[in-house]
Ligand binder design. Structure first.
Ligand SMILES: [Zn+2]
Length: 428
């Protein structure tokens, strides 16, 4: 398969050239934040670090990490531009009681648009496409990133935002939408409503589905292709803190390429913060190399995946790769001393066509043994025998593969979890 590059020079740059670009930008960014950001200046001073001490990419290890809590508490001090240069602000729910705010200059927006244009073009989107953006506009970044990129490549944008699913379907029919961008769950919602209306979405012009926010399983992708008639379904990975971050590899679909001229990646042990080797699974630490308003320096992303590093890929790009199986630390829970990611439980459930794959894990820490109940959604009514057999298999597999023993598995009807993929509730 031949992929198309929006920016050949940077997308086809060699590993050596990318590393050289990264070092130049890292030195520039470190000097800038030391001079312009009150927050980073203070942090570097406390760590006894001066920008002149950064002379190789490895020297980044001398810089202190930045936590999400610090960014939440220090919005104004993190800024490395005067407030008059801020063009827009984004916000996402915080972990400390403050929301996390992120600011962008006009040039920052231009860089997000560039990253998004590269991504869309690489996935085969052209100026002839009609891109329906069903993700939420507003303070959330995802919809804006794809919007800016689609605008840059000259595609036609249909900015529906979420909701009014019948109207979304009408747009797909009447306007001839070819690319549908949305939260993974919302793709399924559209399918459900289309089915209820007696509409077969395969009869229209849709060809590419872009899933954001929750990673669809292989089975989900198969269902989406079948239901919408998509030629391909791609996974969009990024976050409000690091927009314009990556693109899913067209050749090795288990990986995302990270744009090396925009972000520098390290991988560390999430508990000890010791650096890990390429190929190991750990927490991604992210440094933004070109961002003006709200730079990230060694940001602890809480996203856990494997880092495959720099290598020329069969798709033609040498930008470093990370695995698509990303666990968000925010979603994990410690149950009887075992770290449990709902995604791992969902992976077990996805093998059963009798189940939707959605579940809820309830750990009752008030009981001495911290009893754990798993509620799973069924896709149809199950007989007592079927329930017994599936229950036993799930309990055994979860014990072997996740390390947690469920005391009870309860079957609940489809739709119980309101379409949400990840729901872990830990009762303290
Ligand atoms: Zn690739």
């Amino acid at each position: 398969m031949t992929v198309v590059f929006w920016n050949r020079k940077i997308q086809q740059a060699s590993v050596e050239d990318l590393r050289e670009i990264q070092l130049k930008l890292l030195k520039w960014q470190v000097r800038r934040v030391y001079e312009k950001s009150v927050f980073y200046h203070k942090k570097f001073k406390e760590a006894g670090i001066k920008p002149s001490q950064i002379s190789s990419l490895e020297d980044i290890a001398k810089l202190p990490y930045t936590s999400r809590e610090e960014l939440e508490a220090n919005f104004h001090d993190v800024l490395a531009v005067p407030t008059s240069d801020i063009a827009t602000i984004r916000m996402t729910s915080g972990t400390t009681g403050h929301p996390l705010r992120i600011a962008h200059t006009k040039r920052d927006i231009e860089m997000i648009a560039e990253a998004s244009a590269r991504k869309l073009t690489y996935h085969g989107v052209t100026k002839n496409d009609l891109v329906q953006v069903t993700a939420a506009y507003g303070l959330w970044q995802g919809a804006w990133s794809v919007h800016w990129g689609a605008e840059k490549i000259g595609a036609c944008i249909i900015p529906t935002g979420p909701g009014d699913t019948e109207r979304q379907i009408l747009m797909i029919k009447q306007l001839g939408t070819t690319v549908l961008y949305g939260v993974t769950n919302y793709h399924f919602r559209i399918l459900e409503v289309a089915k209820a209306l007696g509409e077969d979405l395969r009869n229209y012009s849709l060809r590419i589905g872009i899933c954001v926010a929750e990673k669809p399983s292989k089975e989900h992708i198969r269902m989406l292709k079948e239901g919408f008639g998509y030629e391909k379904v791609v996974i969009d990975y990024g976050a409000t803190e690091f927009p314009g971050f990556s693109v899913q590899c067209e050749e090795e679909r288990d990986f995302h390429h990270i744009w090396a001229d925009f972000y520098l990646i390290e991988v560390i042990d999430p508990e000890t913060h010791e650096p890990l080797e390429e190929g190991e699974r750990g927490e991604l630490v992210i440094t933004s190399l070109q961002r003006e308003a709200f730079p990230l320096i060694r940001y602890l992303s809480r996203d856990i995946t494997e880092y495959a590093g720099f290598e020329k890929c069969s798709c033609g790009m040498s930008h470093p790769k990370v695995g698509v199986n990303i666990d968000r630390e925010d979603f994990m829970a410690k149950i009887r001393g075992v770290t449990v990611f709902p995604g791992h439980v969902e992976a077990i459930l996805s093998q059963y066509s009798e189940l939707t794959g959605r579940c809820q894990i309830i750990a009752d820490k008030r009981t001495p043994r911290q009893e754990v109940t798993l509620k799973v959604e069924t896709s149809r009514t199950l007989s007592k025998e079927e329930q017994k057999s599936i229950r036993e298999k799930i309990i055994e597999e979860a014990r072997n593969r996740v390390g947690v023993t469920f005391n009870e598995v309860i079957f609940v009807p489809n739709g119980t979890f309101g379409g949400k993929f990840r729901k872990t509730i830990v009762i303290a």
